[in-house]
Ligand binder design. Structure first.
Ligand code: PGA
Length: 225
C-alpha cells in the first residue's frame, strides 16, 4: 500500500515561493495531500494536487469574521481537512466540542477528515487518545482518518521508538470498528524516515517542518516510494 504523505505547511511560505515549490513537488513520485496556508489553496488545486485546509469552522456561512466554512472549502475543490491539530487545541483553545462540530460540518460537505490526536510526554497515551477520539467522534458514524502526533514530538526532532509507535497505532486501531488509516506525525524528516518506515501499521506521515523543503521531501521519497 502506498504511504500517504500529508504536508502541513502551517503558516509558512510566501506567495513568491510557491512557483518553485510546486514545480519541485510535481517532480516527486509521492502520494501527497497538501495542506497549505488557506489563501494559497487554489494554486495547489489548480496544479492538480489533492489539497486540504489546516482548519475549518463549523457553520456553513454567516457573521464569523476570519473563518472559512467547509462548504466554501468544498466549493473551490478542497477535498481534505485537518481537524484538532495540537496547535489549534493549545494556541487557539479549540475544545473537544469545537472539534466534534467541525468534523460533523466537514463530513456533511463531503470533505475527508484527518483528526489529529496526541498526548503530552507525561500523560498516559491510552487515556488521552481514547478521550480525544471518543469526544471528537461523538454521534459521528462516517469514516475518518487519524494523525497520531505525540505533542512532545512535534517540532522537537525527537521521535518515539518504533515499538512505541506501533503499540500506539494498534491501540488507536482497536478503538474503531473499521480499518482506520493512521498517519504518524511529529518531527518526520529525511534523517529518520528510514527507521520510521519500518513500522508497518503506519498508513503514512503528517509532515510539518520538513514539508516546505523539497530537498527534505526528496529524501523521504527515496525511502517511502
Ligand atoms: P513537525 O510538525 O513535522 O514540524 O514536527 C508536524 C505537525 O505539527 O503536523
Amino acid at each position: 500500500m502506498e504511504k500517504i504523505i500529508a504536508l502541513n505547511h502551517k503558516m509558512n511560505l510566501n506567495y513568491g515561493d510557491l512557483k518553485s515549490y510546486i514545480n519541485g513537488l510535481k517532480k516527486l513520485d509521492l502520494e501527497v495531500i497538501v495542506f497549505p496556508t488557506a489563501i494559497y489553496a487554489k494554486m495547489f488545486i489548480d496544479s492538480g494536487f489533492k489539497t486540504g485546509l489546516q482548519n475549518v469552522y463549523y457553520h456553513k456561512w454567516g457573521a464569523y469574521t476570519g473563518e472559512i466554512s467547509p462548504k466554501q472549502a468544498a466549493s473551490i475543490g478542497i477535498s481534505y481537512v485537518l481537524i484538532g491539530h495540537s496547535e489549534r487545541r493549545d494556541k487557539f483553545h479549540e475544545t473537544d466540542e469545537d472539534i466534534n462540530n467541525k468534523i460533523r460540518c466537514a463530513l456533511m460537505e463531503g470533505l475527508k477528515v484527518i483528526l489529529c490526536v496526541g498526548e503530552e510526554a507525561n500523560e498516559d497515551y491510552k487515556v488521552v487518545l481514547k478521550k480525544q477520539i471518543h469526544n471528537a467522534l461523538e454521534d459521528i458514524q462516517d469514516e475518518i482518518m487519524i494523525a497520531y502526533e505525540p505533542k512532545w514530538a512535534i517540532g522537537s526532532q525527537i521521535i518515539p521508538s518504533n515499538k512505541r509507535i506501533k503499540e500506539t497505532i494498534n491501540y488507536i486501531k482497536s478503538l474503531f470498528d473499521y480499518d482506520v488509516k493512521v498517519l504518524y506525525g511529529g518531527s518526520v524528516s529525511g534523517e529518520n524516515i528510514k527507521t520510521l518506515n519500518e513500522v508497518n501499521v503506519v498508513s503514512g506521515y503528517l509532515i510539518g517542518g520538513g514539508s516546505t523543503n523539497i530537498n527534505e521531501l526528496k529524501k523521504i521519497e527515496e525511502v517511502v516510494h
